[in-house]
Design a protein around this ligand. Structure first.
Ligand SMILES: Cc1cc2nc3c(=O)[nH]c(=O)nc-3n(C[C@H](O)[C@H](O)[C@H](O)COP(=O)(O)OP(=O)(O)OC[C@H]3O[C@@H](n4cnc5c(N)ncnc54)[C@H](O)[C@@H]3O)c2cc1C
Length: 527
């Protein structure tokens, strides 16, 4: 079997499928090559406002109506009830101490809640990736993408005149001759192996292992801890983070009652539980639940719906993200940690960037250079922020302050993108911003010093449009539009301008004018 196309995308996670579809809509002939089949299990489920905003923009720019519907929990339920998801109103954190039940000290509890949306209707969602990725593959096929599954690629030959990929499909030789190849194979690292791209893992500070599964019958924290003061949203309808000694647990609840949960453990956190290099995942899980009784109580009645998985290190990083005729999607280039749910939003940034590059034909050398530099800087930024959070886990006040650097950066970016500008080339997580850019690295230096929380409050002040670091809030932060109006000047807007924009922020009206779908004339026609 031999195929000639303009672009090959290797890997059909949502990133590969959505980008394939965007390029097909632009008029490129795209082959999407997957080694497995759909539906299939995948991890990485919790979206954020920046991810969903990008999904809405992609929807408008390329006329992909389903992307708009899937960008808000209410629209999703109405239009795609069969594609499973979970309601995510925000980010919930509890600090647990070994051998002790969670200390309910009312408003002074070690608890942080940051709302990401003002209502369920326009809330984010956790993606049941088996369903969502399958949906996006089907949409890519409907848009004209040539989807090839069960392909075992063995070679990539990238030359001055084109790219030849070869392998086997259903026992038959398969060859793909293309002008450009995009690696969306995630940690599968197809091009990393083929091009022998050197590892950049040595510059990644974060180090964590993972034990995980999906469960039924996990109790709600609001049932386990019924006396806690109400937060800005029900604690469980969120990305739930249980911070423990040397690590943390994520717990993401889907609307069908299934919960995706996993412990990410720094080396000291793992060493505290096991000395084995290949521990029994189930035993490791049970030991952790025994040590942290309130988490144990939440999982008392739970049953896993799939085998437990264990990975001794989840980080990966390469030294290059692009070159002549090839580019890596973020998850093929680097991964740090699930903390703060950065992966999906970062992937969308890349989809938007590459979408723009391909609108004018194939990406130019300058585009690829810029893309490579941005991904490198952004991977460093995510790493510094997350490494700092791991450092701070022992002291919840410091951890909460470190988390506020993340929340200040993303809430500022979200409102600016909704109201002021939305170039996908703006850096992710404050990269390139003179105020936010240096903070994660600076905080790594200051974390253990006295006065860290005060320093964070002052450092984020020029971008703090959400009222973070206010002791009167007791770490419970709703979406507060009054604060936003008061702080209009931080966004370079007048009070009147921001008041006029409020309906867009409440999800009542789209913030961006609808962009026309690319016309036939604008399409790129390649051989
Ligand atoms: C434990 C964990 C938790 C996470 N939680 C979150 C979260 O809550 N929120 C968030 O935003 N992000 C999260 N992430 C990150 C998220 O998983 C990634 O950002 C996301 O999966 C990227 O999607 P993708 O389509 O690029 O790659 P993937 O989802 O990795 O898909 C890659 C695809 O490529 C295919 N493939 C692999 N090798 C080959 C090959 N050689 N040939 C052909 N096909 C191949 C695979 O079968 C797969 O279908 C998490 C990651 C981890 C590890």
């Amino acid at each position: 079997m031999s195929k000639r196309c303009s672009v090959a995308i290797v890997g059909s996670g949502f990133a590969g499928s959505i980008l394939a579809r965007v390029l097909a809509i632009q008029g490129h002939r795209v082959v999407l090559i997957e080694r497995g089949t759909h539906p299939r299990f995948a991890i990485g489920e919790s979206t954020t406002p920046l991810a969903n905003l990008a999904l809405e923009r992609l929807s408008r720019r390329y006329g992909m109506a389903d992307c708009y519907d899937l960008a808000a929990h209410g629209r999703w339920l109405e239009r795609y009830p069969d594609v499973m998801r979970g309601l995510k109103r925000g980010f919930t954190f509890y600090r647990h101490h070994r051998g002790e039940p969670f200390a309910d000290r009312g408003l002074d509890s070690e608890r942080l809640l940051v709302a990401a949306s003002p209502s369920d209707a326009i809330a984010d969602s956790h993606w049941l990736r088996a369903d969502v990725d399958h949906h996006f593959v089907r949409e890519a096929i409907a848009a004209g993408v040539d989807y090839q599954d069960r392909v075992e690629l063995t070679d990539a030959d990238i030359g001055a005149r084109g790219v030849r990929l070869s392998g086997r499909r259903n026992g038959i030789d398969a060859r793909y001759q293309v002008d450009f190849v995009i690696d969306a194979s995630g940690p599968g690292g197809f091009l990393a192996h083929q091009l022998a791209i050197p590892s950049g893992l040595a510059r990644t500070r974060t180090r964590s292992a993972l034990v995980f599964s999906h469960f039924r019958d996990v109790r709600l924290m609001t049932d386990v801890l019924p006396g806690l003061p109400p937060g800005p949203y029900p604690d469980d309808w969120a990305a739930m983070h249980h911070v423990i000694d040397g690590g943390w647990m994520y717990s993401l609840r889907f609307d069908n009652g299934v919960v995706s949960a996993g412990f990410a453990l720094a080396p000291r956190g793992l060493a505290a539980v096991t000395r084995s290099r290949a521990p029994d995942a189930r035993r490791l899980w049970d030991t952790l639940l025994e040590r942290y009784p309130t988490i144990g109580a939440a999982f008392e009645t739970a049953t896993p719906v799939m085998p437990f998985g264990f990975r001794s290190r989840i980080q990966h990083r390469l030294t290059r993200a692009a070159g002549p005729r090839w580019v890596l999607m973020p998850h093929a280039y680097a991964f740090v940690d699930p903390l703060f749910s950065t992966g999906i939003a970062w992937s969308f940034r890349a989809i938007e960037r590459l979408g723009l590059c391909f609108e004018a034909g194939l990406p130019k050398a300058n585009d690829l250079k810029r893309y490579d530099q941005m991904l490198g800087a952004e991977a460093d930024q995510i790493d510094a922020l997350v490494a700092g959070a791991y450092e701070a886990m022992a002291d919840f006040d410091a951890f909460a302050a470190q988390a506020l650097i993340y929340f200040a950066a993303v809430s500022f970016a979200e409102v600016r993108q909704r109201l002021v500008e939305s170039s996908p080339w703006n850096g992710f997580l404050g990269v390139g911003d003179p105020v936010l850019g240096p903070l994660p690295r600076e905080s790594l230096r200051r974390l253990r010093r006295p006065g860290f929380e005060r320093w964070v409050a002052e450092a984020i002040a020029p971008r703090n449009i959400a009222g973070f670091a206010d002791p009167a809030a007791h770490n419970l932060y709703p979406v507060d539009l009054d604060v936003l109006v008061d702080r209009h000047a931080l966004l370079g807007l007048s009070r009147e301008e921001i008041i006029a924009a409020l309906p867009a922020l409440r999800g009542v009206a789209p913030a961006l004018p609808a962009l026309p779908a690319p016309t036939d004339e604008a399409r790129v026609v390649l051989p």
